[in-house]
Design a protein. Structure first.
Length: 335
């Protein structure tokens, strides 16, 4: 009996010290050296779509299932604090995460009502988005392996970017103080497009303000990114600074002009940066061209949807399911 116990302890020590032995899983997604990893230590490169859950809650399950079936590994879902749209309850948030888990996709949860604050009627400051996350904390607690918290969608309009850094640092502080250990995602000001380069120039300070060093920066690429050099220069800055960045929204066209979607997808693929195309379906008449599928039907890809999924550097060709869903540890990471 004693001999067997000693042998077991020795085997455990050998396994622990063996450099080829996979490290134990982490609590959830985490950032290391400017890259995002999942709890099983595999690098995560998001390839997915956005869906306006707060407008179309009845379509969410089908949207997630449809995007996954076509190859997406992530879905970004806009929720509402109740300030602009009907409030997304804690129970609803829990159901959304369960749907994402069922379909084995990364669940990026975004608070919508901050969109264009200072310019858009009814929009609220990101401090109210933080209040919302605190109010639904129980729905995401324990889901760090599957859910990423996008604190506030496009939290400033144009001309009021000056407080972005201080406000974002404070938002991260409040969430961490409340016990949130998820990867946090923060959007740029200027309707998400960082025309003032505020996020670019302050990203390092914001990242290092997070005691967990687990914050990812999200740039939305529309008319401000109409030419390939603009796309390449912006993304390269983060790569060279070893700061994590994702293209949290983009399309091929928007109200502010043409978008170089080819460059966005090519540069994202070149640098191993995630991208999330906007959006699944249901966009209003003047921006209906943003729909990836017609009428929420995954069999009815629009030209934009075909480009996003099946064109060069598209989702179907570059997406990889997060290893947390396969349960396979990556021994290449040291944890």
């Amino acid at each position: 009996m004693v001999a067997a116990l000693v042998a077991g302890v020795c085997l455990a020590l050998v396994a622990r010290d063996d450099p080829s032995s996979p490290p134990p899983p982490r609590e959830g997604f985490y950032v290391s050296d400017g890259r995002l990893y999942d709890a099983y230590h595999s690098e995560v490169v998001m390839r997915g779509v956005g869906h306006a859950h707060s407008l179309f809650p009845a379509q969410t399950a089908a949207a997630v299932a449809g995007a996954k079936a076509m190859g997406a590994n992530a879905v970004r879902l806009e929720l509402s604090t109740g300030a602009v749209r009907d409030r997304t309850s804690a129970a609803d948030v829990a159901r959304i995460v369960a749907v994402c888990r069922k379909h084995r996709v990364i669940c990026v949860l975004a608070a919508y009502d901050t969109t264009g604050y200072g310019q858009r009627l009814g929009a609220v400051p990101q401090s109210e988005a933080v209040d919302y996350w605190l109010s639904v904390r129980e729905a995401v607690a324990g889901q760090e392996r599957y859910a990423i918290i996008n604190i506030a969608n496009e939290p400033y309009g144009l001309g009021n970017h000056q407080t972005w850094r201080a406000d974002t640092v404070e938002s991260i502080r409040r969430l961490r103080q409340a016990g949130f250990r998820h990867t946090l995602m923060v959007d740029a000001p200027d309707w998400g497009q960082d025309r003032s380069f505020t996020m670019r120039d302050n990203a390092a300070a914001v990242f290092h303000s997070d005691p967990l060093r687990n914050t990812v920066f999200s740039i939305h690429m529309y008319g401000a990114f109409d030419r390939a050099p603009k796309v390449a220069d912006y993304l390269r800055h983060f790569v060279q600074a070893r700061l994590p960045v994702v293209v949290g929204e983009f399309a091929f066209l928007h109200l502010d002009g043409e978008v170089d979607e080819d460059a966005i997808m090519a540069e994202a693929n070149r640098y191993g940066i995630g991208y999330l195309g906007w959006s699944w379906s249901g966009n209003g008449g003047d921006v209906s061209y943003l729909d990836i599928v017609d009428g929420f039907d995954p069999r009815a890809l629009t030209p934009w949807g075909r480009r996003l999924f099946h064109g060069p550097d598209g989702i179907a060709h570059t997406s990889r399911e997060a290893s947390v869903y396969s349960g396979v540890l990556d021994a290449r990471r040291d944890g």
